[in-house]
Ligand binder design. Structure first.
Ligand code: MG
Length: 395
């Protein structure tokens, strides 16, 4: 019997998650049909994908990149949505009923497309943790209203979802998120002032895009993941632990109320959690190189040192303070990371910049997506000014 392939809208198709997803779609062409592809700036890569997957509607969100694309690929223009968020929303609206949306967009830019898909009743495979964390309860309510389900792509949350199959929520005592510790896990914090951008971008175990690689070095990524786990699994923040596990073999663990631990292990290859999300929480045949316990290194666990990773505590504090603080945390971090990548901010200036933004938060909660995005824009403008100030003071 021929199984019908399921429609897949891929937002962020040229990034690291997008490329891994396309690899899976190529391997299992009978299972998935790409109905939408978006990218931010990489127009030529999008054009190649567009020709390979002729059923896909397209969006290039960056207006300048889109203008270049229109000039260079006139044959693809009738498949091209408007730039920006409007285009992403058009792709979501155009996806057929029963489609899955894989959101691999970076940052809060992915919030409205996620909410819109869930409200339409479409399932969302979510790699875009910033969208969930910034939207918080609003995203969960959109899923409740529309009937769409969230499937985590993040390897830690996929691991927890896999461990939890069949375990009721009230059996959970604690979640344990594993972290590699990033490139500076052994470096003397006294020398963090000398860190160069190239060193930040050299992650020890995972090959990922620049934003998440910087977030892994500061461990803001793990901080956002603590907030993400709290939202996805309903576990109180104080019961979401973080442990440094250098080998990145155990992707996370669940401690049950009788003290039993469940862990999910595997090679650090994002295609496995992506496939689990695309398969709506089922384990399907997959031929990526598996983990071999007989060749495994020793598995080690260490507590993260707060002096080395101040961003981890900032994320927890923001989570305890409420939704508005989380929006500010994320927006200030996105601008700090962008500043670092442009060479305008140094590594040790990231946490203080976020802390400064958090001090100014004057309300606990946010009421709507519009409120969240307005606060996001406001915080970005302020943070960008602070980054520019730092850059000026150095030159
Ligand atoms: Mg992760």
């Amino acid at each position: 019997m021929r199984v019908e392939s399921s429609p897949l809208a891929l937002l962020g198709a040229t990034g690291s998650i997008g490329q891994n997803t396309v690899d899976l779609v190529r391997r299992y062409a009978d299972r998935y049909q790409l109905v939408a592809l978006s990218a931010r700036t990489r127009g030529n890569e999008l054009a190649l994908l567009a020709r390979e997957f002729p059923a896909a509607q397209l969006c290039l969100t960056d207006p300048e990149a889109r203008a270049d694309f229109v000039g260079a690929h006139s044959d693809l223009v009738d498949r091209l949505a408007p730039p920006g968020e409007e285009g992403l929303l058009e792709l979501v609206a155009g996806a057929p009923a029963g489609a899955m949306v894989l959101n691999g967009v970076v940052g809060s830019a992915g919030l409205r497309p996620t909410v819109s898909a869930l409200e339409r009743g479409l399932d969302v495979a979510l790699a875009n943790k910033e969208a969930l964390v910034v939207g918080g309860q609003i995203v969960l309510e959109a899923a409740e209203r529309g009937g769409g389900r969230l499937w985590p792509v993040d390897s830690e949350h996929s691991a927890i979802a896999q461990c939890l199959r069949g375990n009721p929520k009230d059996e959970i005592r604690r979640l344990w998120l594993t972290a590699s510790g990033g490139p500076f896990r052994d470096r003397d914090p006294e020398t963090f002032g000398d860190i160069e951008l190239a060193e930040v971008l050299r992650h020890p175990t995972w090959d990922m895009g620049p934003k998440i690689t910087v977030d892994s070095a500061t461990m803001m990524n793990k901080g956002l993941e603590v907030l993400e786990a709290h939202l996805l699994f309903g576990t109180p923040l104080a019961r979401v632990n973080v442990v440094i596990h250098r080998q990145s073999i155990i992707h996370s663990m669940v401690e049950l109320r009788d003290g039993a631990f469940l862990a999910q292990l595997g090679a650090p290859d994002m295609r496995v959690p992506i496939l689990y999300a695309l398969s709506r929480g089922t384990h399907q045949e997959c031929d990526v190189a598996p983990f071999n316990p007989l060749e495994s290194p020793e598995l080690t666990f260490e507590a993260p040192d707060p002096r080395r990773y101040p961003c981890l505590d900032l994320a927890r504090q923001a989570g305890e303070a409420g939704g508005a603080a989380v929006v500010v945390l994320n927006a200030a971090n996105e601008e700090a990371v962008a500043g670092l990548l442009r060479g305008e901010l140094s590594f040790i200036e990231i946490a203080p910049l976020i802390e400064r933004a958090l001090v100014q938060v004057d309300r606990p909660a946010i009421g709507s997506v519009d409120d969240a995005l307005a606060l996001d824009v406001e915080t970005r403008l302020r943070s960008r000014e602070l980054v520019a100030e730092r850059a000026r003071s150095r030159s």
